[in-house]
Structures are given as structure tokens and as C-alpha cells.
Design a protein around this ligand. Structure first.
Ligand code: F3S
Length: 387
């Protein structure tokens, strides 16, 4: 592959993987069973990124199942979400380049909800920090936090260098976190991720005291802990399907810590003009709840529900989409509030996602309101934050 016998794209990919392997001291390359590729939005890629993809697409073809992270727009409904013609044309070129290489244009950050679901011990090469955390921590699969180019290189070769999270020694918990707070909503789990991230940075935590968390709660925790701490993995006692030696360092997270997280993510504005839920992409369960809350009502703020197109199709079949759209809510399939070009369009973002607040502030300069899904839908209907 490195000598170019399998074509230019494979050669380029192998150069990337070998360079990474040398930097991190990998002893060999290993096979991966699936890939998740981030760096899809034209907003982040720009023309240089598009050119890189075009070059690889000349003769590159995927060797394993490869799915895509969200793009900069809903690929069908972009006009309704206020995306310009020029941006849309470039974004479509990006998607075409990926698709021509055999990458599935799933455009979702929750590949595990859409069929790319590795089992315990499977080696994969995923980018997208929340999905990486979910794969390592909830599924027990093994992946480093890949960048877009290294993930694509893994897709075109079927290989990744054997280092970091592929090895037992790097998957050990480093601190026990005793959770002494009652966590109910998905937002509470986002707040927990904020607390653990701030206290432990990128150390791998072993969380105790969490009783039967749902997949949506673990999805929220994965996104938040990776955003605010940078760890590619956590353990939840009774959930993570992998053993680890118990670390000696111990910390606690109390109800006061959780309140502090809510306080830190709330800027105090009462008027809300943008409500974005589905970070990570909303599950069918979350969409069902939104439909329940919106039935017979009308939104006054812009409401986006970011989700995978596949999940939206389920919502269509179940009749949830009809209820949500009748209320004026909009689906943002294939994209999300962090990768769409939104700067200057809104002032105050309300979200049930701690990660969305981070990017809302950092990338778009929004003020943020953070709370439960119920509080967010209420904000969409009233235009006010009333928690
Ligand atoms: Fe997914 Fe976008 Fe959030 S990629 S995790 S919805 S910032």
C-alpha cells in the first residue's frame, strides 16, 4: 500500500497512518471493522479540504463500512434552514466526493443509532469525540479519537496504527468519581460531564452511584465529558462492559457541583430566539417526547431538532414529524447547530446539551441557556427562559 501498488489514495492514506504510528510508537497496524469520519462541513473544510477529498476520490474506495459525521446543512431541506446557495453547492461537492469513495453519507454523530454498531472488543477508527467516548465506554469497542483525515485513511485501507485506546494499558481508569447527586434528565448527565471534565481533565474516570442510565443519558454524558475534559473513555459501574483495576484517586460530584454546572452554562438572558436540541443527534425516543410537548402548540423561537435522516424517517412513520412541523419546529437532518454556518443569525441559544452550549458560545458567540428538554421546548413556545 505504501509503495503505491494499490493506487494513489491508498498510498496517501498509508503515509498518514504510518506517520501517526511512528509519532505514537505503534508496533504494527491492525484491522478495523468500521470507521466514522468527521470533518464533513464545508464550513470547517473550506476549499483546501474539498481539494484534498477530490484528490483521494480519484481512485480511493472504502474497504470497510464507513459513515459520516454531520455536514454543514440539511442535504434536502437546507433552504428552509436559511443556508445560502453558494454554501449548499460546495457542501454537496464534499458529500459527493465522500460518496464516490463508498462512504455512507449518513451525516450523523450517532452512528451507533444508525447501524454502525461495533461490539465489545472490536477495533474501529472513529472521529467525533462524543461517538468515540460512547464507543469506548458504553459499547466496549476500541478506538482512538481520530481526526477526519486519519479516519478516512483508515476507511480506504481498513487499517489503523495499534496504539492508545486499542491497547489495554491505556484503557485503565485513573480516578473514581462517586456521584452523590440525583440525576434525572439528559441535561443532568450533560452537567455531570461538565463537572467531571473540569475536575479530572482528560483522566479516565470510573463513575459510581449512577443507577441504570438510559442510552440518551449516556449519549449526553459522552458528549459533555469529551467536550469539557477531553477523555476518550469513561467507566460507569455496571454499564461499561469492560473490567479495569480500581484507581486510588477518588473525587465526588455532589448536587452542588451539578448546580454549579447549570449556573456556568446559563448566561442569564430571559429572551430566547434559538432553541437547538439533538446534540448528539436526537434519538427516536427524544423526538417522541418533543412531539408530545409540542402537540397543539406553536413555536415563536426558531426550533431545530438535529437528528439523523434515518431517525427522522422513523419519526415520519410514527407521525411525530407532522406534530412537530405543525407547531413550527424544524428538523435539521444531516447537520447540527455546531457545524452549520449560524454566526450572526441568533442571539440566545437554549439547549439541553452541554456540548451545544460550548459550541454555541465558542463558534457562534451566542449567549446560552441550558436545561431539560422540557425547559427548551417551553422556551421555543414562549420565547422565554422560565426555569
Ligand atoms: Fe453531534 Fe454536532 Fe453535537 S456533531 S455531538 S450534534 S456538536
Amino acid at each position: 500500500m505504501l509503495d503505491g501498488e494499490k493506487g494513489k489514495a491508498v498510498q496517501k492514506s498509508m503515509e498518514i497512518l504510518c506517520a501517526l504510528g511512528e509519532i505514537y510508537g505503534a508496533d504494527c497496524l491492525i484491522d478495523v471493522s468500521s470507521v466514522q469520519i468527521a470533518g464533513v462541513s464545508y464550513h470547517n473544510l473550506g476549499d483546501a479540504g474539498l481539494e484534498f477529498l477530490r484528490e483521494l476520490a480519484e481512485d480511493g474506495r472504502t474497504r470497510v463500512v464507513a459513515t459520516l459525521n454531520p455536514a454543514g446543512m440539511d442535504l434536502e431541506n437546507w433552504r428552509q434552514l436559511g443556508i445560502s446557495e453558494e454554501f449548499a453547492a460546495k457542501q454537496c461537492e464534499v458529500i459527493e466526493a465522500f460518496a464516490s469513495m463508498g462512504v455512507i453519507p449518513s451525516c450523523s454523530c450517532t452512528p451507533y443509532l444508525a447501524g454502525n454498531l461495533p461490539a465489545r472488543g472490536e477495533h474501529v477508527a472513529w472521529s467525533e469525540s462524543s461517538a468515540v467516548c460512547f464507543a469506548n465506554s458504553v459499547l466496549g469497542a476500541r478506538t482512538n479519537r481520530e481526526g477526519g483525515p486519519s479516519a478516512l485513511a483508515a476507511a480506504l485501507t481498513g487499517k489503523t496504527p495499534n496504539y492508545g485506546m486499542h491497547l489495554n494499558e491505556y484503557r485503565k481508569a485513573e480516578a473514581v468519581v462517586e456521584v452523590k447527586a440525583c440525576l434525572k434528565t439528559n441535561a443532568d448527565f450533560g452537567a455531570l460531564g461538565w463537572c467531571v471534565g473540569h475536575k479530572l481533565k482528560n483522566k479516565i474516570p470510573f463513575l459510581t452511584g449512577i443507577v441504570r442510565p438510559s442510552i440518551d443519558q449516556l449519549k449526553s454524558l459522552s458528549a459533555s465529558i469529551a467536550t469539557y475534559g477531553g477523555t476518550p473513555m469513561f467507566y460507569v459501574e455496571g454499564v461499561t462492559p469492560e473490567e479495569t483495576p480500581k484507581p486510588t484517586e477518588r473525587i465526588t460530584v455532589t448536587s452542588e457541583d451539578i448546580s454549579e454546572a447549570f449556573h456556568a452554562l446559563n448566561d442569564g438572558q430571559t429572551d430566547v430566539d434559538f432553541v437547538a436540541v439533538g446534540c448528539p443527534h436526537a434519538s427516536i425516543k427524544e423526538i417522541r417526547r418533543i412531539a408530545e410537548l409540542l402537540r397543539g402548540k406553536k413555536v415563536v423561537a426558531e426550533l431545530w431538532i438535529a437528528t439523523a435522516r434515518q431517525t427522522k424517517q422513523l419519526a415520519d412513520q410514527a407521525g411525530y414529524s407532522k406534530v412537530i412541523q405543525a407547531a413550527g419546529g424544524k428538523f435539521a437532518c444531516d447537520t447540527c447547530m455546531a457545524v452549520a454556518p449560524l454566526k450572526g443569525r441568533f442571539r440566545v441559544l437554549a439547549s439541553d446539551s452541554a456540548k451545544a452550549c460550548y459550541y454555541g458560545r465558542g463558534s457562534n458567540g451566542f449567549k446560552t441557556r441550558f436545561g431539560s428538554l422540557e425547559a427548551c421546548v417551553d422556551a421555543a413556545v414562549t420565547g422565554k427562559w422560565r426555569q
